[in-house]
Design a protein around this ligand. Structure first.
Ligand code: ADP
Ligand code: DP6
Length: 358
């Protein structure tokens, strides 16, 4: 039996803008993990015990993965297995039957509610990585291969998304990420080209750079206690984008500038620049949020940020609308920040960047 642990993620900067080709984001992997256990087994089964799905029989028919359960929560895993097996088939590698168990520490342990730490992306990366371990003797496995197979499976299943979360779960640490052109991947997949060829190609715009955070930088994470639906938030933003409004263009530019400044701050260990850029990105997102009646920065997130700004700088993380907000602060201020969040009904989460794991 082999066990693979894959970290969840938090968006640090560049949300929404990263959905446009060429616009960067910063994401960080966090020390909450999805675990995949894979073993060779003649009885091919999938188990997601926390979701009440145990020993779901899995078989392959003419390149299709057939599961005995039709639960939608299995879709990401089913499509991921299909992508990896298609890739192996194209490489003339005979596939082996296996059983797979997936567990998660990305949601609230008591209520099971989601924090928004990128479950689906981490699950997809864990499934790709764990299946590929079965072929270690025949196949060199790079992070790029894992990322591209996982991105194909994730994008195909969700039909949208920047895959910044997939990158964070694959590479770990802090990442400066620019997404591939989604319409390009969509076309390639519709042409039904070889996946093995697709992963060898350069993907337009895709850039993944690992960053090192300033040593004194402390990332604090607060949970609003409510969950958000990313897809419906993206739909609320879509009209602004489709009208090609000046405000949307201004948002994109401000977001890009804030991310570039943050990258500079990271590279020069400049805390002031890093703090200022987080606030600049918050302002850009706040303006976008106001145009949609506060869809991104909810009242809870606003409170979280106002408090964070007293001890450093804060912003929403990811799509907003609930889930988590983040703060950049320093060790001496962390306890006071947590206390102030708690007093205001924000749950401080004990989460650290995941730079080293496995
Ligand atoms: N405890 C779990 N065990 C196995 N898979 C899980 C678990 N929690 C979530 N998943 C996977 O992640 C998907 C949900 O992801 P989603 O709610 O979209 O989170 P996110 O928006 O953070 O990616 C589920 O459909 C399932 O495939
Ligand atoms: C809007 C976005 O840029 C960020 C959404 O980030 P979230 O972290 O909120 O997403 P989930 O993992 O689905 O909860 C969309 C994207 O980049 O895919």
């Amino acid at each position: 039996m082999r066990e693979i642990k894959v970290p969840g993620k938090l968006f640090v900067a560049g949300e929404y803008a990263v959905l446009e080709p060429g616009y960067p984001a910063i994401v960080v992997a966090v020390d909450r993990f999805i675990t995949a256990q894979v073993a060779r087994s003649e009885q091919q089964t999938l188990s997601l015990p926390q979701l009440g799905l145990l020993n779901v029989a899995c078989r392959f028919e003419r390149g299709q993965v057939i599961l005995e359960e039709t639960d939608a929560r299995l879709d990401f895993i089913k499509n991921t297995i299909a992508v990896v097996h298609q890739y192996l088939g194209e490489r003339s590698i005979e596939t082996k039957p296996f059983s797979l168990t997936v567990t998660s520490e990305l949601d609230d342990a008591d209520s099971g509610r989601k924090y928004g730490l990128g479950s689906s992306a981490a699950v997809v990366v864990a499934v790709v990585s764990s299946i590929l371990t079965l072929y270690r003797d025949r196949l060199p496995v790079s992070k790029t291969l894992i990322f591209k197979l996982a991105a194909i499976a994730h994008y195909q299943t969700q039909g949208s998304g920047s895959c910044a979360d997939v990158a964070a779960s694959t590479y770990g640490g802090w990442l400066h990420y620019t997404a591939f052109k989604a319409s390009w991947l969509k076309e390639k997949l519709m042409e039904q080209r070889d996946i093995s060829q697709l992963v060898e190609e350069a993907w337009p715009y895709l850039q993944i750079e690992q960053l090192e955070a300033p040593k004194e930088l402390v990332l604090a994470v607060g949970w609003t206690g409510s969950s958000a639906k990313t897809a419906s938030l993206i739909k609320k933003i879509a009209p602004l984008k489709n009208q090609n409004s000046n405000s949307y263009g201004a948002f994109l530019r401000k977001s890009r500038d804030a991310v570039s400044t943050m990258v500079e701050g990271f590279k020069h260990n400049d805390m002031e620049l890093v703090m200022a850029s987080l606030s600049a990105n918050r302002s850009a997102l706040l303006a976008l949020s106001r145009e949609t009646g506060g869809a991104i920065e909810t009242i809870h997130l606003e409170k979280l940020i106002e408090i964070a700004n007293r001890y450093g700088a804060g912003k929403s993380s990811g799509a907003g609308g609930g889930d988590c907000g983040i703060a950049f602060t320093s060790t001496d201020k962390l306890e006071r920040l947590h206390k102030a969040w708690q007093d205001a009904g924000i749950v401080p989460l004990d989460i650290l960047p995941a730079t080293k794991y496995n």
